[in-house]
Design a protein around this ligand. Sequence first.
Ligand SMILES: C[S@@+](CC[C@H](N)C(=O)[O-])C[C@H]1O[C@@H](n2cnc3c(N)ncnc32)[C@H](O)[C@@H]1O
Length: 257
Amino acid sequence: MANNTNSLIPVLITSPEGKATQLLHLSPADHTPIAALDVRPSLLFTQEDNPGQINDELLDFSIEAIREARKIDLSEISARIDPSMTKTPNTWPGQHYKLLAAMIKNRQPKLVIEIGTASGYSCLSLKKSLPADGKIVTFDIIPWQQYPNVVLTEEDFADGRLKQQIADLTQPHVFNSFKKLLSQADFIFVDAAKDGVMEKTFLNFFESIPFQKPLFIFFDDIRLWNMLEIWREIKRPKIDLTSFGSWSGSGLIHWIP
Ligand SMILES: C[S@@+](CC[C@H](N)C(=O)[O-])C[C@H]1O[C@@H](n2cnc3c(N)ncnc32)[C@H](O)[C@@H]1O
């Protein structure tokens, strides 16, 4: 989920040779020529010199997930949402929820980790096609019962396949206490603060985990200003799936231990 910002954004325009030509201060709220429910500034940059290149596993997994996403129906989750909210998990492409559900359907993971439960749209989407012997552990610093406009109910947790952990994973001692659990993950969905620091902290911590097998790590909002550099700097195989995920950016890493 993206958060609103109205601050002026300094943008250095460079020539194709990398020479600075102009410094602009853009205000997305005042000067955007585009009218939409939500408008954000972002940047475009070349793929040839991207430090993390696409691999065959990412292409195969993504193509199959896109194919599957067309068939996924999340109207049961959308129906739980107050009609005054414009965002619905059943919107696809444009939202990433069907793509997440499709990835889970195809991968049949035993353990899914989510960082950022919030009101529960994504953990319900992840649970939609979770295998009978699969589990989701979703982390947040706010208990789901206290989250505004929450769509989760006690019943969603009743079969024991969905569990929430209240923990701030940016704290090294907290992160370390969950290292063993995280090392068993088949799929991780990261959707936390996007403050320009937190997601980088998680990536650094992930480097210290002895993952038991290759896994996919999905990052939300990679096209938002605060996420551009963090996403760009990832040196592991990765793919930008924004056109088939969330309008604010969907990125997938193939994490090979
Ligand atoms: C954008 S929302 C998540 C939206 C949710 N994944 C969805 O699609 O429905 C971000 C969430 O990250 C949580 N968060 C912030 N800092 C965190 C941290 N250090 N560890 C875990 N969760 C955190 C926030 O409390 C908030 O609920």
